[in-house]
Design a protein around this ligand. Structure first.
Ligand code: PEP
Ligand code: MG
Length: 858
């Protein structure tokens, strides 16, 4: 083959153009592959002669308008074989498979037999006939099933089979072959399946396809070393510098990867022979080319190469496939080597993918026996034995046996079981249901809303979507990253927070302009939050503290109390525990802001629902069981999420909030005495009227005054409102008069705006998203049109009333990159999300700031 400029008439329109250093070519007109090949040509790398067809040209081909293919063929040397490869704008959108060896016919077979031997020539022709029949002529692949012979006999049989099936001889004219290949690839791209597939990968519906027609370096026969392979300078899983790839003598395309048993390592390797030993000069040249590509294309590339008589040809370069971990390391390394600026490194890592780095994952290439699917509510993966109750989970943990807690849905009383389990699976629920919120907080893999599996709690059986039955004690794996339930224990990969991750995060913090706090309820959460450099706690849900073993009984006594005095007595037992909780949180956060939300859920969530539980409670409180049962039933509500909860409890059972305020203030003084000064933030949940805030502010001020007087010490605090009812947003101006801050609780706000229960949404959410009723699960990505409008109104009205008001979001959306964009655009001071999503939010916020500064072209 030759690299000299072709002597023959060349295609010369921009739509069908020879790739030279100067031909007009962009990824959005000719696709990423064509553009990349042009860059390689510009770097003077040994790229075979290539013609690029633009998106327009390919679109016209699909519509029946063929370019001058004869001229195209004439631009290649007469004896060349050609290959055609797809070139979509983004390589990740895929495209039809490459077709190799176009131009092969009876005459070339004879000629090639002389050069590379009849056997090799026959096998090449045979493969072309088979590929052409199936992918171009669209004949039935089974037609070759009976052909067992190889070599020339096999070839003759295949040509005969083709003729019989297609009712015409195998085409001999290279131009005709090429025309048909172009037509079939162009049409394949426009087909419905291909369109849906690429849309699923993020391509727009009208994404174009370019094609590149390239002279083949044969990699077969010859006097010197001939073969093909792929090479890259980094490991795709770890991102560490390490030459990886394979080489196979007498092969074409990517066969070296497909036939790993026969192919060679690239560098010297104790496991077997290598290209470095076989063809040291070619190996050195390849390494040098790869380094040039890395530096000049500013990316880690995988190169596809062919050796022809020992000479290197570079056929293609594609971005190295990379795990999220490798993506971080590659980007940071390129910046550290001065190849790209740190800002660009930040832009190259997808924030969504970071959470995969922070948790164990099922190994990407491990076999997966999927037994059910649900909503991917909390990322990471874990394997354990099935248990069907929180008690069994605790017992299992006590035996040191990892377990998966399987429930129809979880309630606060399951919290201890969740702590004991390694993962959670529920039949019901959505992105912000109890299991999901707690799962994310604990960093516990969680799949919710797996409604197509059967949860038979009484029989303790979990029935898979395909009908298989799993019992308590059977081992399953929860893949919370992908929303899958797997049978058995697939291989896992461990999380890594290496230097590259830390470096990337430091750069992100330098770039971003919106603060990131964490939702953290326990000292362990707070420690995780600090570990991920959260700038404070944006939401501490205090109710979770009451589910600890030693607190549940006084809590229940308090609920059963008949008089304020009895209630206060029970609360007095809880006070020192709460004080200790808060002191610990303040100490861990070392002066960073901590926003404590006063008690939110309906009280009956703390009461046992089972007969056995009610019997235990009756014993503990020394009451007849019937009394307990009656009280539990009496406290039940038709719509607990819209019932006696949040600030409504604060107004009607004020002793609880009094106790909590006192615990917060006493902890403030205790923690400030021997640590950084604390200014606690107290937040009222479920506010819908200004008067609620007025009443409670007066009470909390009174508690503050009492504590100051008793302790003889000063402190200040900030009172805020959780804007999570539509009315709180609409009346934010009057509410803001009494609040230092408004934090948008978009979980409840979404629930109430849509009139959509966050605990039941899982039942139909996937159908709704699949049918395009909702573009996304609104509990996952903030609905900026509806819920967002209420937030925007709340922000504007809150600011109107109080210019210096602090505005933030603390619903789960706070950790979602798309939603952060919305919050930042509204000028919020911070977002707050589960600790494990803090790095995701930090990177997403940095990207938004960089994009604003540099425009979209980064
Ligand atoms: C909310 O409603 O958005 C919120 C953060 O609170 P919770 O999830 O505890 O109801
Ligand atoms: Mg809420």
């Amino acid at each position: 083959m030759t690299h000299a400029a072709p002597q023959k008439p060349a295609p010369d329109s921009p739509d069908v153009t020879i790739i030279t250093a100067t031909s007009p070519m962009t990824p959005s007109s000719h696709g990423g592959r064509a553009k990349c090949l042009q860059r390689l040509v510009r770097l003077d790398l040994p790229v075979p002669h290539t013609v690029a067809l633009s998106f327009d040209a390919v679109h016209r081909i699909a519509a029946g308008e063929m370019p001058d293919v004869d001229a195209m063929v004439r631009s290649f040397p007469e004896t060349a074989l050609l290959c055609v490869r797809p070139s979509s704008e983004d390589p990740d959108w895929g495209g039809p498979g490459a077709i190799l060896n176009i131009g092969m016919n009876d005459a070339r077979f004879v000629e090639l037999s002389d050069r590379i031997g009849a056997e090799a020539a026959a096998s090449l022709y045979l493969r072309f006939v088979q590929g052409y029949a199936v992918h171009v002529a669209r004949l039935d692949p089974d037609m070759f099933d009976d052909i067992e012979e190889v070599g020339q006999t096999g070839l003759s049989a295949a040509l005969a089979a083709y003729e019989e099936e297609a009712e015409e001889p195998f085409p001999q004219d290279p131009a005709e072959q090429l025309r048909e290949v172009l037509r079939s690839m162009a049409r394949a791209w426009e087909g419905t399946t291909a369109r849906l597939l690429r849309q699923a990968r993020g391509a727009p519906a009208d994404a174009g396809l370019g094609l590149v027609v390239q002279e083949m370096a044969l990699g077969l026969g010859g006097k010197g070393e001939c073969g093909s392979g792929v090479l890259q300078l980094v490991d795709s899983v770890t991102g560490l510098r390490q030459i990886t790839g394979r080489y196979l003598s007498q092969s074409q395309g990517r066969e070296a990867l497909e036939r790993k048993g026969q192919s060679l390592y690239l560098t010297r390797d104790p496991r077997g022979p290598s290209l470095e030993e076989l063809a040291p000069e070619a190996f050195e040249a390849l390494k040098a080319h790869a380094e040039v590509m890395r530096r000049r294309l500013r990316a880690e590339m995988q190169i596809e190469f062919t050796l022809e008589n020992g000479h290197v040809h570079i056929l293609d370069g594609v971005r190295v496939a990379r795990s999220p971990r490798a993506a971080v390391r590659i980007a940071v390394r390129l910046a550290e080597d001065g190849i790209i600026p740190p800002q660009e490194a930040l832009m190259r890592v997808d924030p969504h993918s970071l959470s995969e780095l922070l948790h164990r994952q099922v190994a990407p290439d491990a076999p997966r026996d999927v037994i059910g699917m649900g909503i991917a509510a909390s990322p990471g993966a874990a394997t354990g034995k099935i248990v069907f109750s929180a008690n069994e989970a605790q017992a299992s943990a006590a035996r040191d046996e990892p377990c998966i807690l399987v429930r129809r849905e979880t309630a606060p009383e399951d919290i201890r079981g969740m702590h004991a389990a390694v993962a959670v699976l529920t039949e019901r629920g959505g992105m912000t249901s109890h299991a999901a919120v707690i799962g994310r907080g604990l960093g516990l893999p969680c799949v919710v809303g797996a409604a197509r599996m059967k949860f038979n709690m009484r029989r303790k059986q979990l029935v898979a979507e395909d009908g298989r039955t799993f019992r308590a004690g059977d081992v399953i794996t929860i893949d919370g990253t992908h929303g899958a339930v797997l049978a058995g224990a697939p291989e896992m990969i461990e999380p890594v927070l290496d230097d590259s991750f830390q470096t990337l995060m430091t750069w992100a913090d330098e770039a971003r302009d919106i603060a990131v706090r964490a939702n953290a309820d326990t000292p362990a959460d707070a420690a995780t939050a600090r570990n991920f450099a959260a700038e404070g706690i944006g939401l501490c849900r205090t109710e979770h503290m009451f589910f600890e073993e030693d607190r549940l009984t006084p809590m229940r006594e308090m609920i059963f109390a008949d008089s304020p005095q009895d209630r206060e007595a029970a609360l007095a037992m809880l006070l020192p525990m709460q004080r200790k909780d808060f002191t610990e949180l303040f100490r861990i956060m070392e002066g960073l802001p901590v926003c404590i939300r006063l008690f939110d859920p309906p009280l009956h969530e703390f009461l046992p629902t089972s007969r056995a539980g009610q019997r235990d409670l009756a014993e503990a409180l020394d009451l007849p069981v019937s009394d307990v049962t009656r009280r539990v039933e009496a406290m039940g509500e038709y719509n607990p999420m819209l019932g006696m909860r949040g600030v409504r409890l604060g107004i009607t059972v004020p002793e609880i909030y009094d106790m909590q305020a006192r615990a917060i203030f006493e902890a403030t003084l205790d923690a400030s005495r021997d640590g950084a000064p604390v200014v606690p933030e107290i937040m009222l949940p479920l506010v819908s009227a200004k008067r609620e805030v007025e009443i409670l502010r007066t009470r909390i001020d009174a508690v503050a005054a009492a504590v100051r007087a008793e302790r003889g010490a000063e402190f200040t605090y900030r009172l805020g409102v959780m804007a999570e009812t539509p009315r709180a947003c609409l009346r934010a101006d009057e509410i803001a008069q009494h609040a230092h801050f408004l934090s948008f609780g978009t979980n409840d706000l979404t629930q109430m705006t849509y009139g959509l229960s966050r605990d039941d949404a899982g039942r139909f959410m996937s159908a709704y998203v699949q049918q395009g009723v909702f573009s996304e699960d609104p509990f996952h990505v903030l609905d900026v049109d509806g819920v967002g409008e209420l937030v925007a109104i709340g922000v504007a009205r809150g600011r109107q009333a109080r210019r210096d008001i602090t505005l933030s979001i603390c619903g789960e959306h706070g950790g979602n990159p798309e939603s952060i964009q919305f919050c930042r655009a509204l000028g919020m001071t911070y977002v707050s999300c589960s600790p494990f999503r803090v790095p995701v939010a930090r990177l997403a916020a940095a990207q938004l700031a960089i994009r604003d500064r540099l425009g979209e072209n980064v």
